[in-house]
Ligand binder design. Sequence first.
Ligand code: 5GP
Ligand code: ZN
Length: 159
Amino acid sequence: MRAVTAQPASPGALFPLVPRAGRGRRAGPERAGVCGYDPSMAGEPQADCLFCKIVAGDVPATVVHETETTLAFRDINPQAPTHVLVIPRAHYADAAALTDAEPTVAADVVRAAGRVAEQEGAVESGYRIVFNTGAGAGQTVFHAHAHVLAGRGLNWPPG
Ligand code: 5GP
Ligand code: ZN
C-alpha cells in the first residue's frame, strides 16, 4: 500500500503507466556505461530501478504532486523540513540524459518542483532545486530526480 497524502487517487490510477511510442531520441552513446545503465533502454521502465518501482506503485511513497509526466514524493531521509523528490515518470539516468531526450519533460520536472515549493509555502522564504548528477556528486538513484529543499537556512556553497 502506498501512503498518498495530497492526492485523492494513486498516481497509477490517474496516469497509468503505458508504453510510449514515438518519444524523443534515445540517450547518446556518451551516456553508455553510467553505473551499468543501458542507454538503449532510456525512457523505458527499468526492472531494477527504485524510482520506476515508485512510478509503477510497486514501492510506496508519500506523493505530494503529480502530472502526466512527473511524480513528486517526500524523500525517505529528509535533509530539510521540506525535502521532496520530483521525477519524470520515464526512466533516464540523470537530468542531462532526460533533457537530451525529452526537453519538455525536463521542463515539466522543474515546473513541478516550483509547484511543490508553492504547496509547501516555500516561495517567499526561498527553496533549492538540486540535481545530483554522478556518484561523485552524491547521486545514488540513477533515475533523474530533482530534490526540492526548503524550510531551513540553505547555505552556499553547498557541501
Ligand atoms: P540522490 O542521492 O540520488 O541525489 O537522491 C536519492 C534520494 O532518494 C536520497 O535523498 C534518498 O534519501 C532517497 N531515497 C532512497 N530510497 C528511497 C525510498 O525508498 N523512498 C523515498 N521516498 N526516497 C528514497
Ligand atoms: Zn527508473
